[in-house]
Write a protein that binds this ligand. Structure first.
Ligand code: GDG
Length: 463
């Protein structure tokens, strides 16, 4: 079996005791790396100031070598905050209004990708299979090819691929596409992303859809398919079952005694639709006064990317909005919205999902959305809750038992909350069972194996 080399912007390096940061993606990729032996390379998350970072720092853990490099202040600003988070992220989430194109940032993005390739190339052996993750690293394969690497290289995009009309507003869309053409396999979250990709290539005359998942562009042929990412379903269900004994989960249960809990969990990000969700909750609770004092909406929102102004602004907006609703409709013994602006541990999160009658997951755009899948996996099979899910999350294409909503439609979303709270237990069980069976079958190990099977298959496009 060929060695595997995973490259991603950040690397979940285990601590000194060998404990890796939790999360399905890290667990699945680490399992694949342990089995095959290999390297996980990326940015350390640290800056070397104005000095050129000298060496890759490495740590060995079983069969896996973790290799990370620092970046200069300028690199971090241009590559990470600049192009990745202020251009690619908003464009792929349909927020043209937030994209800030700057030649400097675009150049920094390509420069850092070249730097990563230079640091990575000496570690690569001829038979290694390389798997690159996400929008930060699109040009990496082209840079590795420039150095002369002929290895199989695959790319998986965790975020949406937007429609052609949106994508072409980005001045360097052709360079981005040229970068993608150097991979042997491109993976997207959903068929919808894949269709957008094929549509973009053919409509802009940049490439051809050759059928059977094969495409050509910039003189190269490559394969492309949808690989919807999953979670560690069985392990997460078990974690949620056990978490009811956790002291924080017990306290939470006591504090909502006699009320239904609605839960939202998102990084603080404009793509997650948090303000629209608060609007929908406010609409629901003001138009259904019988539910006042009968439901609590818990929104857990760890801070993210606070260096980007839009994120800092959003943090203020959400806090103000929650405060305003609580001030307007709360009572001496009832706080309608509990807003937590910090991260919770994974098992507390699992326990809270299980306590909640509604999982409220309403992104304006999302590649997949793992929270929706985790909420389903965490439910008690006898009394499962209801998932209220945005039709614009990749997960909506799989989770057919959810109540699908359009998050821009405040009234419709508010009505879905009312419907979920009055749904019979039989219907709740039936909807949940179908989703849970799907998630058990399509878990994150399957996602990882399917992608690697296709990347290493003999039929993959040979260039
Ligand atoms: C990108 C794509 C795609 C959140 N708060 C806490 C916490 N979390 C965990 C959740 C979940 C993860 O973070 C978030 O995953 P999502 O999928 O919801 O969203 P992104 O971070 O935007 O991820 C997305 C994903 O990549 C995978 O391909 O699905 O579309 O945008 O696992 O549980 N975890 C803990 N405490 C928190 O407070 N422990």
């Amino acid at each position: 079996m060929a060695r595997l080399v995973v490259v991603s912007n950040r690397v979940p390096i285990p601590d000194k005791d060998g404990v890796a940061p939790a999360g399905g993606l890290a667990v699945a990729l680490q399992a694949a790396l342990q089995e095959r032996g290999g390297i996980w390379m990326g940015w350390s998350g640290k800056s070397s100031g104005s000095r050129e970072p000298e060496m890759l720092s490495r740590r060995q853990q079983g069969n896996i070598t973790y290799a990370v490099t620092d970046l200069t202040d300028t690199d971090v600003e241009e590559y990470y905050h600049g192009f990745a988070n202020r251009v690619l992220w908003p464009i792929c989430h349909y927020r043209l209004d937030l994209a800030e194109y700057g030649r400097k940032e675009m150049a920094g993005y390509f420069r850092v990708n070249r730097f990563f390739a230079q640091r990575l190339a000496p570690l690569i052996e001829p038979d290694d299979v390389i798997w690159v993750h996400d929008y930060h690293l699109i040009p990496l394969a082209a840079e590795l090819r420039r150095i002369g690497l002929k290895n199989r290289i695959g790319f998986f995009l965790h975020i949406p691929w937007p429609s052609a009309d949106v994508l072409v507003t980005m001045p360097v869309h052709e360079e981005i596409m040229r970068g993608l053409s150097h991979y042997d396999l491109l993976g997207f979250q959903t068929d919808h992303d894949l269709q957008n990709f094929a549509g973009y290539l053919t409509r802009e005359g940049i490439g051809n859809d050759l059928g059977d998942g094969l495409f050509d562009s910039h003189g190269r042929t490559f394969k492309s398919a949808a690989y919807p990412i999953g979670i560690e379903t069985a392990a997460f269900a078990e974690l949620a079952g056990k978490a009811s004994a956790n002291i924080l989960v017990r306290k939470a249960r006591q504090s909502i005694e006699g009320r239904d809990l609605i839960i939202g969990v998102d990084r603080l990000d404009y793509s997650k639709g948090i303000t629209q969700r608060l609007d929908a909750f406010e609409r629901f609770i003001t138009t259904n006064p019988a539910y006042q004092n009968k439901v609590t909406y818990l929104q857990i929102t760890p801070k993210s990317r606070s260096e980007v102004p839009e994120y800092e602004q959003m943090q203020r907006m959400v806090a103000e909005q929650a405060g305003r609703v609580n001030g307007a409709i709360g009572t001496v013994d009832w706080v309608p919205i509990r807003y937590i602006n910090r991260s919770s541990s994974r098992n507390v999160l699992a326990g809270l999902y299980r306590l909640a009658t509604i999982g409220f997951v309403t992104p304006l755009r999302d590649g997949m959305n793992l929270v929706a899948k985790e909420y389903v996996a965490a439910q008690d099979p006898d009394r499962p809750g209801v998932l209220v899910l945005s039709r614009f999350a990749g997960a909506a294409r799989e989770l057919k038992g959810a109540l699908l909503v359009n998050p821009y439609d405040v009234e419709g979303t508010a009505n879905a909350l009312a419907r979920a709270l009055t749904m019979s237990i039989e219907e709740r069980r039936e909807r949940w069972r179908g989703m849970m069976d799907h998630l058990l079958e399509h878990d994150v190990s399957r996602w990882c194996n399917d992608f690697l099977r296709d990347l290493t298959a003999k039929t993959a496009a040979a260039n």
